[in-house]
Design a binder for this molecule. Sequence first.
Ligand code: AMP
Length: 506
Amino acid sequence: MPTNANFYLSLQQGIQASYSKPCISGPDFPELTYLELEKLTAQTANLLKGLNINAGARVLAQTPKTPLAIALYLACLRSGAIYVPLNNGYTNDELDYFIEDTKPDLFVCSTSQRRKLEELFAKHNIPSVLELDENGHGSLFDSLKELPDEHEVEPVDADDIAVIIYTSGTTGKPKGAMLSHGNLDNNSKSLYSLWGWQKDDVLIHALPIFHIHGLFVALHSALLGGSSMLFLSRFDVKQLIQLIPKATVLMGVPTFYTRLLQEDALNPELCRNMRLFVSGSAPLLEETFKEFYERSGHQILERYGMSETGILASNPLNDERIPGTVGLALPEVTYRVCNDDGKVLSPGSIGTLQVKGPNIFKGYWRNPEKTKQEFRDGYFITGDLVKEADDGRISIVGRNKDLIISGGFNVYPKEIELVMDDFETILESAVVGVNHPDFGEAVIAIVVLSNPDQAFDEQAMINLLKDRLAAYKVPKKIIVKPELPRNTMGKVQKNLLREEYGKLFI
Ligand code: AMP
């Protein structure tokens, strides 16, 4: 008989070993033990079965962050269905594309959004739609009543797709990165051992669950070891301060740490039980690392990864953590640093990081062309510019993809430029990221008007963009210029714009 490589079986070992312990607790929800979580995921998997959602079917989820949303994800793993988490900020225009691309069998939406989405559901004739509200209630919850709380985990191969994560692309159209059961299994077990997880660890889970950081890195580590999670429905620095004395691990984006530094209550006494502060998804400034160490007595452990690969590199748990670096490649990750022609460079040179390993995704959903473009000799081209030190430590020095990371969220300028250029008043636009004390980078747009004599209402344009784009993508400032700076090849010189407006917020 073939072995069952369903990733849920790995998680289930941690879950079953901790049945009597709280799995999820915190100020926002009633406590859920590990036994209750196992039963809830079994019931949800039985619901999926009843809806004819079997291996390979797509389940799209744009839900509030609740324990039942976690159970829905785990139930998809159990059933072999493909889970597709969607950023809560996505607008109808954006969702239209994801629905068309994935052809879901089930869409789980937030109760408050249902009415707004009804037209889309009808247009695409989605077979099943369920709702979940902020308190964990709604038709998804109601449908579980009376369903058996036992379920046999569906057999899958290690290469079968477990999750599709959409990442925005330089072409403007988001691509669905396909992560397999084997990918998730490998990366979560690597991190579990690398970061020395212990059974009595208590994790503060304050990250969103539509991104790999919250959904994979934080959640999987806790479940694998049956550790308790203090679960916040959203990041709130005051709540974090309340929870830190009861916790041992925090996973966050750099913004969590800059916000914590603004709190007088942050001191070594507050952090006395903490074992590990992890940061990732965007660059952690050296000064944040240093200031946090001075104020809390803890060195933040910075790690680096991406949706397509999971975590690739991490600073060490027990050895020196060097600010400005993301540490060493994970044990099973092979990498090379190449120039634009694909030639492998010697250590110390700056080039694009290419990676290979059991954690690397299976390609972009229904996009073999794009998949082919982003791999070379079996290596995935990350698009990040790095420098490797003699001891193998990696520093990220830039991105050759045109990416902006604002508050930990990725923003691809092209996507916003396409939306802006659609407006008759705008002839052309250039979107860039500039330093921002809170978000790391802030999105700003420089536009040329179709009619230079026309008055331009910046706030009205921002409001219009809010209807079309998730809030984190909407420019914080729109600047009108008579023309955009271009090089002799006609390419917009965004570096000049970044220089000119780089100090807008600092
Ligand atoms: P995502 O696919 O949303 O996880 O974004 C992946 C991108 O985030 C990477 O390609 C990097 O550009 C960036 N990133 C992630 N972690 C770090 C880090 N620790 N330092 C700098 N950039 C990072």
